[in-house]
Design a protein around this ligand. Structure first.
Ligand code: SF4
Length: 360
């Protein structure tokens, strides 16, 4: 009976059926289906759309902290007491130097992230000049996470050469009020619609482990399908000391794999990323996540450290995958050194957040 479910599941997704919530619950329920069988189904879609390649993303906190919003999961929020390094926007030279370093480190995509509600028109102009310069210098995709923007601002960023705009939905529409009260889910959707209207690809992700239920997890994956998100970072909550949500709830390695499977099966052609918290919550099962996901972050997250580059690249190589980059994986592996980017724990220091400050 179960065996038939897996083959039927593949056929239904292959025939563009949108899986209903009942399947979502079943996939997430640890007692019902076999995790490896689900992964095998998810992998068939991952392989169809992305082969055995992994896209590596490197984040740049272009501006960090001092945000007036109250997102309860965020170390940069007004309600957080996390001891992060807060700073205003980096200099253009720093941002360009970090883009060059990301390209050399094998990143297929360079993501510039701003804390805050949203940018002024002047900030959008400034950012547009930087985007144009990065695109002129490097063969790399550029993504920006600017906060809430309108269609006109999105068009200006697109004209500058921006490939993708990130704005996470973070959780389900119903659960949103439990994680933030200073803005709404609808405002977040509005930014994604503005980006698509401007012709930008959309990256929009979620955070799992904030107390949401299976119906919420299904709701997130379904909303991102309805939005047509081209890229979906699936984060697993890192409970940085000082944020309002004190602990991650319900995350076991096998459950995290099932979450990745659900996102793949509802969004078969999307770039699914095993994002923040992959080291902490997938633990020894982390390599298996690449059967459902086709991308990940290198060099940690916004304020939380991630695994050393060597460990992550070795994992990709050991799994028989390759990376989407100008730089061959073997060359990157030879170049990196164990421990080059710290460990999988702790909050980043200024030298990790601003490696080129005062040097360019
Ligand atoms: S998630 Fe973004 S908007 Fe929310 S507090 Fe953090 S930086 Fe501010």
């Amino acid at each position: 009976m179960k065996d038939q479910y897996y083959s039927t599941l593949f056929d239904r997704v292959a025939h563009s059926e949108i899986l209903p919530v009942e399947d979502g619950r079943r996939i997430l329920d640890m007692g019902q289906l076999d995790t490896l069988e689900l992964l095998a189904v998810a992998y068939r879609f991952r392989r169809e759309y992305f082969g055995r390649s992994v896209t590596v993303h490197i984040l740049n906190n272009v501006q960090n902290g001092m945000c007036p919003e109250d997102c309860r999961y965020c170390a940069q929020s007004a309600s957080s007491t996390a001891p992060i390094e807060a700073y205003a926007m980096k200099s253009d030279e720093e941002i360009l130097a970090e883009a060059a370093a990301a390209h050399a480190a094998g990143a297929g995509r360079y993501c510039m992230v701003f804390a805050g509600t949203g940018p002024s028109d002047d900030r959008v102009e400034h950012l547009s000049r930087i985007i144009s310069e990065i695109k002129r210098r490097h063969k790399i995709e550029v993504c920006v996470s600017p906060g809430v923007i309108n269609t006109d601002q999105a068009r200006r960023l697109k004209a500058a050469g921006l490939d993708r705009l990130n704005h996470n939905i973070n959780t389900s529409e119903k659960y949103y009020r439990h994680i933030c009260t200073s803005h709404t889910y609808a405002q977040r959707l509005g930014t994604l619609q503005a980006a698509h209207a401007a012709g930008l690809a959309v990256c929009s992700g979620v955070i799992i482990g904030m107390g949401e239920g299976p119906k919420d997890v299904y709701g997130m994956a379904r909303s991102l399908r309805d939005i047509g998100a081209e890229s979906i970072p699936v984060n697993f909550l890192i409970p940085v000391p000082g944020i309002a949500i004190k602990e991650a709830v319900g995350l076991t390695p096998a459950y995290c794999l099932r979450v990745l499977c659900l996102f793949r099966l509802l969004n078969p052609a999307a770039e699914i990323r095993m994002a923040a918290g992959r080291e902490m919550h997938l633990r020894s099962l982390e390599p298996l996540g690449l059967y459902a996901a086709n991308s990940l972050f290198l060099q940690g997250y916004l304020n939380a450290r991630g695994a050393a580059d060597t460990r992550t690249l070795q994992m990709i190589s050991d799994m028989g995958f390759t990376i989407t980059s100008d730089v061959p994986l073997a060359a990157l592996l030879a170049r990196t050194q164990e421990g080059a980017c710290g460990t999988a724990e702790g909050i980043k220091g200024l030298s990790e957040l601003r490696p080129f400050q005062g040097r360019v």
